[in-house]
Design a protein around this ligand. Structure first.
Ligand code: SAM
Length: 183
């Protein structure tokens, strides 16, 4: 995404994707990741339908957002850390307070891999992560948790950023749908 902004580059790792059952949620997770300023999503497992749906949106609405898969998320996360020297952040309702964590993240100013689950996550993610952060201590959803986290990291600046190579762009209008054709 030719974004944004001040703030660290963020990648997303989605654990526990189940074929068919999670297709819609993982697609929405990818779309939220893209629209809220992350640069890529990696999904544990393999699902061509999900990848295709996210890629279709990116091709029409622009940007450089990437979708990939891993069959070993632990190795993926450890390699990501070695490669980037970044921080692995696990979003969980059991984690530390978001506001306090954001202060730490701002001081560190390092690339971030955000990990979100589907149902119950494997217990070792709590230790593998550098920080376990809650978006409130109530159970809700990985999509909501990711959206709030990214919005707080980028302080809302990601919402109206430009996506290079877009074929269409919305011209905001209080009453009508106005879509500019750029292709
Ligand atoms: N009991 C699970 C947990 O550990 O958060 C809830 C599973 S929830 C259906 C799926 C994912 O949503 C979780 O793995 C977590 O990444 C995210 N999530 C749900 N509620 C959250 C919260 N309050 N704060 C941060 N992440 C949350």
């Amino acid at each position: 995404m030719e974004v944004v902004n001040e703030g660290p580059a963020v990648s997303v790792l989605r654990l526990g994707h189940r074929l068919v059952r999670d297709e819609r949620t993982s697609t929405h997770l990818g779309l939220v990741a893209r629209a809220f300023g992350a640069k890529e999503i990696t999904i544990s497992g393999k699902d061509d339908e999900t990848a295709e749906s996210i890629k279709k949106i990116s091709s029409r609405w622009g940007g450089t957002f990437k979708v990939s898969f891993t069959d070993n998320w632990r190795t993926f996360a450890r390699n990501w850390r070695k490669l980037t020297n970044g921080l692995i952040i696990h979003l969980t309702m059991y984690g530390e307070n978001l506001d306090l964590s954001l202060v730490k993240l701002k001081q560190e100013n390092r690339e971030i891999l955000v990990v979100v689950g589907a149902e119950k996550v494997p217990g070792d993610i709590y230790n593998l992560a550098d920080l376990n952060i809650s978006i409130g201590n109530q159970p809700h959803s990985e999509i909501a948790a990711l959206a709030v986290f990214l919005d707080r990291i980028y302080r809302g600046k990601e919402l109206y950023s430009t996506h290079l190579g877009a074929k269409v762009r919305i011209h905001p209008d209080p009453r009508r749908k106005v879509v500019l054709n750029l292709a």
